[in-house]
Ligand binder design. Sequence first.
Ligand SMILES: [Mn+2]
Length: 306
Amino acid sequence: MYIAVCFRKKKGKMGNKIWDCSSDGKEIIAEELSRGKSLPRAIALYLVSRGIGLKDVDAYFDASLDYLSDPFRFPGMEIAVKRLWKAVVSREQILIHGDYDTDGVTATALLSRILERNGAIVTNFLPHRFDDGYGFTPESLVKALETTEGNCGVLVTVDCGINSCEAVEEASRRGIDVIITDHHEPGNVLPDAIANINPKIHPELADLHNLSGVGVAFKLAHAFLDYGRRTSLGGFLTNLEDVLDFVALGTVADIVSLLGENRILVKQGMEVLKRQVRPGVRALIEVARITGGGMKPSDITFKLTP
Ligand SMILES: [Mn+2]
C-alpha cells in the first residue's frame, strides 16, 4: 500500500541516482497491528502512517480521558501547584497573564475558573494585540499589576513567557513568584521562574510537544486538583471535564496536530462544547450560525475562532 511505503533516492556506485523501496519498518508494525488487534490491513497501514503503533492503538480508538498521562511528568509541576495552593491558603492574589489569541484566552479562562472554584483570588490580564503586542514583557507586567488590588504573590503565564527572562526578573524584584506555562519554542536561556512548565524544554516529554497553550494550562489545572485532593487542601468539588470545551477551542484554533493527547482532549472537549453551557460560547455559536449538536473541529477553525 502506497501510504506506508515511501521511495528513497540514494546514490549508486557510479554516482547516478537509483530509487530504492523503503518501508522504514512500517510494514512490520502494520503487520503487528493487523494481527494483534484483528484490524484490516488497510486500517493498520493508515494508523502506522499516522505514527500509531500497537501501544497507542487502544488510546486512539477509545480516546477516553483515562489515557491522559500524569501531569506530574512535567519537571517543576509539584513546585508550581504547591505554590498555588499556598496562595489560596494565605489569600494572596494570583495574576494570570495570558495572550490575545484563542489559545491564550481559553487558557486564561480555564485556569482562572479552576483556581477560583477552589478559593483563589484571581486577576486575569490579556494583553492587547496592538497596544501591548505579544508576550509577557516588563511593560505588560506593570500594566497587569495595575489591574490587581495589591498583594499579588504569584503570577502565572499561559501560552507565553518561556523567553521572558527580563519580565520574570522584574517580577522577582517586586517579590512576585512567577510560574511560566507555555508551549512555544524555548531559547538558550530559560527565565529564572520558580517553575517553567513547557513540554518543549524536555526531550522526554516528546509525546506532549504538540500541546497547545491551553493544553499546558490544562495539565497545570489537572496537577493542581490532584495535589489538592491528595493533601486534602481542596479540589473535591471541581470537575476537570467541565473545562474541556476551552481545551478543544484553544487546541483546534492553534492548529497543533490532533494526535496523541490532543486527540483525546479535543474529542472529549467537543462533547462539552456541544452542550453549550457557557453563555459566551453559546452566543458565539449563535453568531457563527453553527448547529450545536453537529459541531465539528472544523467549525472551530473556520467559524468560532475568526
Ligand atoms: Mn498558543
